[in-house]
Ligand binder design. Structure first.
Ligand SMILES: [Fe+2]
Length: 261
């Protein structure tokens, strides 16, 4: 494998080829036997979700750097426990929730649907957000340098990159209790937004793309169905536009393919 260790340009070229050919997972495994610094670059440049889902199961991805690589700003022991214990628990819970849902479908028994859906969202969001979190840091940071295209995006969305950083730090510090500060792309405006996420278990998984939605707020059904939400949902299911859902799925698949590298 030594011939792979030439230069950053070579690494990037290799990563791009891997992304195009869809062999990121295999290459991820191969990189384990080469120099750590190269491994870091390849994973971070290639696919932030490498190792997060394999063979039909969500899996704990390796850190894209060594446990102590973020010292002294983020200590080795915390990183080790955070990744090996906390993140791993989300992965386990995500798979367990999916397994329970499979059993519920087979038996047509949805009496536990609320608890299982809650577990799905809590663990699913935990897994996705932590996977992004590890890649959101880099040993030594970027020494304050922001890629010029991204700086332009920050300027357009927030007035200036400095304002964006100030807002991101302020929003993250002010999150009530547990949660996340999140810089996100909003596809309708094509701009960036900064969000506070107070509880990631609030019944969604960050990163999902809606393909069909049913409004169950009272304003959606109260005039005709009053408090009979079930009747409204049954009617919605008869109105559901599966062609639109298929179109959205196609859009989401092509967008996510680009995001996964
Ligand atoms: Fe965490």
């Amino acid at each position: 494998m030594d011939e792979l260790i030439f230069s950053r340009r070579g690494v990037l070229k290799f990563a791009a080829a891997a992304a195009i050919s869809g062999t990121a997972g295999r290459l991820f495994a191969e990189t384990n036997i080469i120099n750590n610094n190269i491994r870091k670059d390849k994973i971070m440049d290639m696919n932030s979700f490498a190792g997060a889902y394999e063979n039909g199961q969500y899996t704990l991805p390796e850190l894209p750097y060594e446990y102590d690589a973020l010292e002294p700003l983020y200590d080795e022991e915390t990183v080790r426990i955070h990744h090996d214990k906390h993140h791993a628990k989300y992965v386990k819970g995500f798979n367990e929730a999916l397994s329970k849902l499979e059993s519920a479908r087979k038996s047509n028994d949805y009496t536990q649907i609320q608890a299982i859906s809650n577990a799905l969202a809590f663990n699913g969001s935990g897994h996705i957000l932590h996977t992004l979190f590890w890649h959101s840091m880099k040993p030594g940071g970027n020494e304050g340098k922001i890629p010029s295209d991204f700086k332009t995006a920050l300027d357009e969305s927030f007035g200036s990159s400095n304002a964006a950083m100030q807002q991101f730090a302020a929003a993250s510090k002010a999150v009530e209790s547990n949660g996340w500060g999140i810089l996100a792309f909003e596809p309708v405006s094509q701009k960036l937004l900064i969000l506070q996420c107070e509880k990631h278990q609030n019944l969604t998984i960050w990163g999902v793309v809606p393909v069909l939605v049913c409004d169950v707020w009272e304003h959606a059904h109260y005039l005709k169905f009053q408090n009979d939400r079930a009747k409204w949902v049954d009617n919605f299911m008869k109105l559901a536009n599966w062609e639109f859902a298929a179109h959205r799925l196609e859009e989401a698949r092509s967008a996510s393919a680009a995001l996964r590298g």
